[in-house]
Design a protein around this ligand. Structure first.
Ligand code: PLP
Length: 357
């Protein structure tokens, strides 16, 4: 099978897997202690978590702290619900974790986005905006949003800035923001662990009550194994960032050539090149996916695909329902080979051509 769905999830790095194994802790091991216990085994587990916290923090700007959560979705919920500030201004191309949480908590101002997928920080904001959420890299079309300008805009408006950096963290230098949400499984860490980075001085209310872990903001016993894997993946990503980016660039060039007959959704510029979202008029994407069963790609975001609804991101950048439904997303990265791109393109192009007959 050829895996080209890196925005949905990524393969676990062997280094992350190795770091996790010890902390899975069987009865013959000393590594199953509760990291919140004060005895020696507890302190050992807590120390492993603090090592990982440093590794995860090293990819964030200085001047903040890392709060571990069970996913980026949970980190986003903590940021939006915990700041309790509303009204919230959001870009229409945010992940459902942001859109649905913002609308569940109060009035939402939907920002404008250009046909290129860029959310312009110069646009008018309602005077009472207290929280702005604009992501760093879009998960469907890969656009890199002007997050530095959004940070400045938030300051000017007296609002907090939340940046969903799930698709950026571990790949490019991460956003400047007040709160940043990330997820381990999007950059070769394990599933089931994420983090919210909080700028020093930003105060949140707890959302999940209980034992008061994570500075009282996220109660619940932490998983040393998942967090050790997260830390190891972050350390590796930091070491390999340039090498990985160069590899992604080579894959992008090959993929653009191989899919030359397709139309690119979103702009070629200001884009993470590990995401190729393309369309072909009249394409039946469901049929294409069933004809190319051995190639893992997506008809939109992993959450939206299967719903039958056209992607809200493609609609927001001006595509018609028909165009959105004839689009596919290919995602690739560190462990993808040029040969896999080649073979996937042959299969997809042949199946698409068959449809045109
Ligand atoms: N934000 C973006 C941009 C994503 O791509 C995803 C995952 O699809 C999420 C948030 C949610 O991440 P998690 O799976 O950790 O809840």
């Amino acid at each position: 099978m050829i895996y080209l769905d890196y925005q949905a999830t990524t393969p676990l790095a062997p280094e992350a897997r190795e770091a996790m194994m010890r902390w899975l802790g069987g009865p013959d091991s000393d590594c199953f202690g509760n990291p919140h216990s004060s005895h020696r085994m507890g302190r050992m587990a807590a120390a492993a978590i603090e090592v990982a916290r440093e590794e995860v923090a090293a990819l964030f700007p200085p001047g903040g702290k890392v709060i571990f959560t069970g996913s980026a979705t949970e980190a986003i919920n903590l940021a939006i619900r915990g700041s309790g500030v509303g009204p919230v201004a959001v870009s229409p191309i945010e992940h459902a974790a942001v859109l649905d949480t913002a609308s569940a908590t109060g009035p939402v101002h939907m920002l404008d986005v250009s046909p290129d997928g860029v959310c312009d920080p110069a646009q008018v904001l309602p005077a009472d905006t207290r929280l702005i959420a604009v992501m760093q890299v879009n998960n469907e079309i890969g656009m890199i949003e002007p997050f530095i300008e959004w940070m400045g805009r938030a300051r000017q408006a007296g609002a907090l800035y939340l940046c969903d950096a799930v698709q950026a963290y571990g790949k490019i230098a991460v956003a400047q923001a007040d709160m940043i949400a990330v997820s381990a499984h999007k950059f070769h860490g394990p599933k089931g662990v994420g983090a919210l980075w909080l700028r020093d001085g930003v105060r949140l209310n707890e959302v999940q009550t209980g034992g008061g872990q994570e500075r009282g903001l996220r109660s619940g016993t932490l998983s040393p194994a998942l967090i050790a894997g997260f830390g190891a993946a972050a350390k590796l990503a930091k070491e390999r960032m340039e090498e990985d980016a160069a590899h992604v660039e080579a894959l992008w060039v090959r993929a653009r050539e191989a899919f030359a007959g397709w139309t690119l959704n979103g702009s070629e510029d200001a884009r993470w090149h590990g995401n190729l979202n393309i369309r072909r008029d009249g394409l039946d994407v469901n049929r294409l996916m069933s004809d190319c069963r051995n190639v893992m790609f997506s008809a939109g975001s992993a959450c939206a695909s299967g719903s039958g609804r056209p992607s809200h991101v493609l609609k927001a950048i001006g595509l018609s329902d028909r165009q959105a439904k004839s689009s596919i997303r290919l995602g690739f990265g560190r462990y993808t080979t040029l040969d896999e791109i080649e073979r996937a393109a042959q299969a997809i192009n042949a199946a698409a051509k068959e449809q045109a007959l």
